[in-house]
Design a protein around this ligand. Structure first.
Ligand code: ATP
Ligand code: MG
Length: 293
């Protein structure tokens, strides 16, 4: 039995009861091209969900530039998941409170480090991370720019991926590449939904989503649903400059109205009983372990 298998067995024996209580959905926010608005989307989407009583934790897994805290003007304690991995901290020491009471955790780890740990530390990490299951409805994973193997793994391991694109042809092409690359690593197409950001008109947003949808259908034989559109809105930049999320600073601006719409499209789908079981936090990390072997 290898390490990942023995860990799975241990988790199964010890954690089934806890798992039954609740299961957080792991939602990866990804893009092909960088700078298309993933972090702004993640933060403001989290705030929109929180405003109607959903419990959301943002996991900042952008290993190169951790900037969710900067967008909120928050200063974090410096604790990260890497500290849990090395048994220096408990998970709840790493959950920071940001603007609007949003919870976020800095990743700060290379997940392959998980495999290098001894069994006892792996179990400690998995037990700790699993506490999120009874804490959050949604865990939003903000990822870095560009298509890397680790991004592919995040996408395969999570319950759903929200792909953020802009109407620029380069961004559309890179979004398509993300889906194409992921399909090279798995026979079961993961759930993707599209958000078109920075569209200058609804026409442009619709054309962008149609272009991607058609490419997916023709070349990848895969359906692609659109979650929604966010218009180009100067309030987003103003909010970034003042380090205060637009959903809180400018609740009536176009981007905030778009975000509300996105949230109301997102939620009903989540509440319908999905034929695919939720992987949740445990499923996510177990899958990551098996993909990193
Ligand atoms: N809807 C919008 N309207 C106007 N400007 C926007 C909009 N969305 C994002 N921006 C601008 O794009 C910039 C980049 O956004 P953000 O940092 O969220 O991108 P990112 O995809 O997370 O980048 P990275 O790939 O580097 O992590 C923001 O600072 C803001 O100026
Ligand atoms: Mg970002």
């Amino acid at each position: 039995m290898d390490q990942a298998e023995s860990l799975r067995e241990y988790m199964h024996r010890h954690q089934v009861q806890q798992e039954k209580k609740h299961n957080s959905r792991m939602i990866t926010i990804a893009s092909g091209k960088g700078g298309v608005g993933k972090s702004n989307f993640t933060l403001n989407f989290a705030l929109a969900l929180k405003s109607i009583g959903k419990k959301v934790v943002i996991l900042d897994l952008d290993l190169s530039t951790a900037n969710i805290d900067i967008l909120m003007g928050a200063s974090s304690s410096g604790n990260s998941l890497a500290d849990v991995l090395h048994k220096r901290k408990y998970l709840f020491d790493c959950i920071e409170k940001g603007t609007g009471g949003i919870d976020y955790i800095t990743g700060g780890l290379e997940l392959q480090d998980l495999l290098l740990l001894d069994h006892e530390n792996q179990v400690f990490f998995m037990n700790q991370i699993q506490e999120l299951n009874s804490y959050a409805d949604f865990i939003l994973l903000d990822t870095g720019a560009g298509i890397s193997k680790i991004l592919v793994d995040f996408i395969i391991a999570s319950d759903e991926t929200i792909l953020v694109t802009t109407p620029e042809p380069t961004s559309i092409a890179d979004s398509y590449s993300v889906m194409k690359t992921v399909l090279q690593y798995t026979s079961q197409a993961p759930k993707f939904r599209l958000v078109v950001n920075r569209a200058r008109s609804y026409r442009e947003a619709i054309d962008t989503s149609r272009a991607l949808k058609n490419a997916c259908s023709v070349f990848l034989k895969m359906g692609l649903n659109t979650l929604g559109f966010l218009m180009e809105d100067a309030h987003v930049q103003k909010a970034v400059r003042s380090q205060s999320p637009f959903y809180l600073s400018y609740p009536n601006c176009e981007a905030s109205k778009n975000m509300k719409q996105i949230m109301y499209t997102f939620l009903p789908d989540m509440e319908v009983n999905s034929p695919v079981p939720i992987k949740g936090v445990r499923g996510f990390f177990e899958k990551m372990l098996s993909l990193r072997k």
